[in-house]
Design a protein around this ligand. Structure first.
Ligand SMILES: [Zn+2]
Length: 170
């Protein structure tokens, strides 16, 4: 994973179970993709936080004072692996411009019902959450659905991707 070509992008991680979080800088502050499991010290307050899905290793790091924390509408269901922070609300947009980032939200159910990826068409970057890892695999063993996932992967395969930034380094 090579983030160095994007000066406005940082990756953060914590415990061995923690997901990788991505901090995207823009004139209005930081857009954070995923919050980790609570083991990361952020030292800043994100302006907007988008959670790629409701699993605790991605959502438990949301801090009480954070505002504008969003998740896809299909990921409010509680499961064995979910943790849905109190203040999280339904993702209200399907596109977001953040500084030089132009992100499209792609609903990619399978890993969970409300999993999303975020895609920047110009930069050919996909933030894939747990929908797709760098080894080309995904996982549905945490309450997911194989059929939904294969539809989502077919959708993602049509995108031009040069940089895949997933939720874990598998
Ligand atoms: Zn997950």
């Amino acid at each position: 994973m090579n983030l160095s070509m994007f000066k406005d992008l940082k990756a953060l991680s914590g415990s061995p179970y923690c997901c990788i979080c991505y901090a995207l800088e823009g004139p209005d502050g930081t857009l954070l993709i995923d919050s980790g499991d609570g083991s990361i010290y952020f030292g800043f307050q994100p302006t907007v936080t988008i959670l790629t899905h409701n699993h605790c290793d991605h959502t438990q790091g949301v801090e009480k004072k954070w505002k504008n924390v969003f998740i896809h509408k299909h990921d409010f269901e509680k499961t064995n692996f979910s943790y849905i922070p109190d203040k999280v609300t339904e993702l209200p947009f399907d596109k977001l411009k953040w500084g030089n980032w132009e992100l499209e939200i792609i609903h990619s159910p399978g890993h969970t019902k409300g999993s999303i990826c975020l895609y920047d068409r110009n930069r050919k970057v996909l933030f894939s959450g747990d929908t797709l890892f760098n080894n080309g695999k995904s996982r549905t063993d945490l309450g997911g659905c194989d059929d939904l996932l294969s539809c989502s992967l077919n959708k993602i395969k049509k995108l031009e991707i040069e940089h895949l930034f997933p939720g874990h380094n598998y």
